[in-house]
Design a protein around this ligand. Structure first.
Ligand SMILES: [Fe+2]
Length: 307
């Protein structure tokens, strides 16, 4: 049996030609894993998914993570993490963007990037989909690297960049805060949501993907802080800041993005060592349920600056 592979608009592919309700053969499983490694972002539509099938399917791509916070874990399915917009929770996730209230809007990021050990990947399934908005964006940072000019690629080989976890968007240096107002209930510090104070972490500005060997531009706007010792590469601090601004603008180009508008049953799997993602948010009061499974990885890509 051969899978059907259709390119999405700019990056990633849609994959069909198998039935998640039937046992997946070793041959199909190997093809799916190879497609994940090749493209980084896979979309599946119209599958008859339930929690058991989502978990079993996700396991084809690696060992799954059990969510560390017991309260948010589903008792029946500890591998499943439910993202839900509901009145009680959503006030904490609401902020104003250019005069518009949005719930759950998220800047471009890679999951757990701020720990130095991002998970390998994740799979989202649309269960209840917002009638409007609520898109998830995916950005391919391997293609973003390939598209850089040679001079920038060479310069980046010498550089390390740091990320500093923060709860307040206003404190992030490279996100677009124009017209942003936090909500009355937006967390102000990590302990407000029982998070520790994460130390700053450093990454090579270009990471070689541990599985595929592809070069990945390790730049995404959320938590991005600085270039370490830019003078060693002949850059002034001003030039270092301008370089990061230029690279963030590069990663924001639509040619590296796929934005998914969810329909029930859709699944998107991405390689979190290669692709960043973001959420456009929804207006308050919009029902939305997404089931997520997380694929662990055994590589550490960054280093914690603990001294
Ligand atoms: Fe995320």
């Amino acid at each position: 049996m051969a899978l059907t592979v259709t390119p999405l608009e700019n990056v990633g592919v849609e994959v069909a030609g198998f039935d998640i309700a039937q046992p997946i053969t070793d041959d199909i499983a190997a093809q799916l894993v190879a497609l994940w490694d090749e493209h980084g972002i896979l979309l599946f539509r119209g599958q008859d998914v339930n929690p058991e099938r989502q978990i079993a399917f996700s396991r084809l791509f690696g060992e799954l993570e059990i969510h560390p916070i017991a309260e948010t874990r589903s008792e029946d399915y500890p591998e499943l993490f439910t993202l839900v917009n509901e009145p009680e929770k959503e006030k904490f996730m609401t902020a104003t963007y250019k005069g518009r209230q949005l719930v759950g809007k998220l800047d471009w990021h890679m999951d757990l990037h701020y720990t130095g050990k991002p998970n390998r990947g994740a799979l989202l399934r649309g269960v209840v989909c917002a009638e409007e908005d609520g898109m998830t964006g995916f950005g391919d940072l391997a293609k973003a690297y390939d598209a850089l000019d040679e001079q920038t690629q060479t310069l980046l080989q010498q550089l390390e960049v740091t990320y500093a976890f923060s709860m307040q968007r206003r404190h992030m240096r490279y996100v677009d805060v124009d017209g942003y107002e936090p909500g009355a209930y937006s967390p102000r510090k990590p302990s407000d949501i029982n998070y520790p104070n994460f130390p700053e972490v450093a990454y090579p500005a270009v990471v070689t993907h541990p599985v595929t060997g592809r070069k990945v531009l390790e730049i995404c706007e959320q938590f991005l802080e600085r270039i370490i010792a830019p003078h060693k590469a002949g850059l002034s601090n001003d030039e270092a800041i301008e370089l990061l601004e230029r690279l963030v603008a590069h990663t924001r180009k639509p040619e590296f993005h796929y934005f998914h508008q969810w329909e029930p049953g859709d699944m998107v799997l991405w390689d979190n060592w290669r692709a960043m993602h973001c959420a456009t948010g929804t207006r308050p009061g919009m029902a939305r349920v997404i089931h997520r499974t997380t694929i662990m990885g055994d590589a550490t890509l960054g280093r914690v600056l603990d001294a």
